[in-house]
Design a protein around this ligand. Structure first.
Ligand SMILES: *[C@@H]1O[C@H](CO)[C@@H](O)[C@H](O)[C@H]1NC(C)=O
Length: 552
């Protein structure tokens, strides 16, 4: 019986080589850390760090103090920016800066660099181990698999229990009754994500239409959150934008290489990436117009028009995206297709307008908040009357929406989804924010889950369910306790959420090291370094790989 379910690619070997090197470098750095010369106590730190600076050419000592700073500050990026920031003056070339970078020094196993970046190396190794778990769980027969089975009772039961726990133990308050405040949107993401995941796990086909609305709501939040940010801050800095792209694509990139999957298997990632870019571009072009509501409104209308031309006219869509087939193409191995762009057309098409609506809502946000405040300050009787009328209107609208649109069968529903998903989203926002108390309180448990949606989304395919083969859909479940589906669900879910949370922390930790927020020269340097070193390693491995393939 074969253990592997598919052959191994050169990309996978490259990752493995990089991982082995990191393990080596990390263990060496721990060894150096343990065996460094005996030093001062913690409380002497302040006094001796003064002396460290005076040490003329000390190798181990300054590095060790930098290391202490990394442990304390938790942001090793600062270290590298200090050490290379000085070197990266006007009279120093890019090449010198590269040679002195943490990546190169660690590659060369320089002792001082290893000591200084020990904690970063630890993060890299932990990330590698979690990727290895992805691989072992999904692509080998070591962990058995089970079949999905749906019971509405179990599905609803789990959600009710989780919500009860959240209500009973994790209500938190926000300082101001702000319309759509951050904890509230995180809570919103969290409970939608839970339902979205349970829908996959149990294959709860009957809630398909609701899940489509949830995905639309995420895309809505992308438009809303990003627009609000650029509108309020006018901060179009490349560093921050690059950090956002890293956050969205770091895990998915390594997952794709590790498991030989297409980017489009995780369609949420390209979709959010492209709409994030659109919002950025819409506001970063002619930013001086962003102070004027009228002009912003024109920009939003132009976005609608742009989407109409580039998505609704199918030939235009295919013409634009065909060159990117290698990135956005997808064909399900169990159900192959010739039209590899169809998946991208279908998925992105479902939510093509809702991010623009999110921008519109962000633009209207101050007005809506003022209306809410006006209602809150009415005398009691009138206040309750107005709220009752608004809620009743929402109820009627929701009911009409439910029977005329929501209840349509899957395929008919998908036809109208792009033009109607704004209705339930708007109704939910109104109801959820009707009174100041509703706005102040939110559920922290769901908020917590709402922060790691990207990681739970990607992990679900491989360490909660199983896809078995490259580009496969997660058709079966990961089984650690055979014969006890619910116990297994509990154990595997616990592990899965834990791993997802670690991946979230690691993505952010490594982001802070690799993507400087406000140093564009260093950002460029790091991008070049990462690209060159990974391509170089991959080329070597690929060359050896083909040679070996010919030999055997
Ligand atoms: C912009 O959208 C992306 C994708 O949803 C998200 O990760 C990011 O946090 C958003 N930025 C802001 C400022 O809300």
């Amino acid at each position: 019986m074969a253990i592997l379910t598919a052959s191994i690619s050169s990309g996978q070997v490259t990752l493995f080589v990089a991982f082995l090197w990191s393990v080596l470098a990390y263990l060496f750095s721990e060894y150096l850390h343990l065996t460094r010369p005996p030093r001062r106590d913690e409380d002497e730190e302040a006094r001796t760090s003064e002396a460290d600076k005076l040490l003329p050419n000390g190798d181990a000592k300054p590095a060790a103090s930098g290391n202490g700073a990394a442990a304390g500050g938790g942001s090793p990026a600062d270290d590298s920016s200090h050490s290379s920031g000085k070197a990266y003056g006007a009279h120093n070339s890019m090449l010198e800066s590269m040679a002195s970078s943490g990546l190169v020094s660690c590659l060369l196993l320089k002792r001082s660099a290893l000591l200084q970046h020990r904690l970063v190396l630890r993060q890299v190794v932990e990330f590698g181990l979690l990727m290895l778990w992805y691989f072992l769980a999904d692509r080998t027969t070591i962990v058995p698999e089970g079949e999905k089975s749906y019971s509405r009772d179990v599905f609803v039961f789990i959600f009710v229990v989780l919500t009860s726990v959240a209500v009973g133990s994790s209500i938190r308050t926000f300082k101001m009754p702000l319309l759509l405040n951050r904890p509230q949107t995180e809570e919103w993401k969290g409970w939608m994500q839970v339902l979205f995941l349970l829908y996959h796990y149990f294959e709860a086909k009957e809630v398909y239409n609701a899940i489509r609305i949830f995905i639309a709501a995420y895309v809505w939040m992308t438009g809303f959150g990003n627009f609000s940010y650029y509108y309020k801050t006018g901060d179009f800095c490349i560093g921050r934008f690059a950090q956002m792209l890293w956050r969205l694509n770091f895990l998915v990139f390594f997952t794709c290489v590790m498991l030989r999957n297409s980017y489009m298997l995780y369609y949420i990632c390209p979709m959010h990436t492209i709409f994030t870019v659109f919002v950025y571009v819409a506001l970063a072009i002619a930013p001086q117009l962003n102070t004027n509501h009228g002009w912003l409104f024109v920009k939003i209308l132009l976005c609608f028009a742009f989407i109409f031309v580039t998505w609704d006219l199918k030939p235009v869509f295919y013409a634009i995206w065909s060159p990117l087939k290698f990135l956005l193409g997808y064909s399900d191995p169990r159900n192959p297709t010739d039209d590899v762009l169809h998946e991208w057309y279908f998925r992105s098409g479902l939510d093509r307008y809702i991010w623009v609506y999110g921008m519109l809502c962000a633009l209207m946000h101050p007005t809506a908040a003022a209306i809410l405040k006006f209602i809150d300050e009415l005398p009691a009787i009138r206040r309750y009357t107005v709220r009752t009328i608004v809620l009743a209107a929402c109820g009627v609208a929701g009911y009409v929406y439910y029977i005329t649109i929501y209840c349509k069968p899957k395929y008919e529903y998908n036809q109208v989804h792009p033009y109607t998903s704004w209705i339930p989203i708007t109704l939910w926002i109104i109801v959820r924010n009707m009174t100041p108390n509703l706005r102040i309180y939110s559920l922290r448990l769901y908020g917590w889950l709402g922060c790691i949606t990207l990681e739970t989304y990607i992990s679900q395919f491989h360490i909660w369910m199983k896809t078995d083969v490259p580009d496969g859909q997660p058709k079966s479940l990961l089984v650690l306790i055979p014969g006890y589906p619910l116990l297994n669900f509990a154990l595997v879910s616990g592990l899965y959420v834990l791993v997802s949370h670690r991946l979230f922390d690691l993505t952010n930790g490594l982001k802070n090291v690799a993507v400087p927020h406000s140093n564009n020269a260093m950002l460029l340097r790091n991008v070049i370094l990462m690209a060159v070193s990974s391509v170089a390693l991959w080329s070597c491995v690929a060359a050896l790989y083909t040679t070996a393939g010919k030999l055997f």
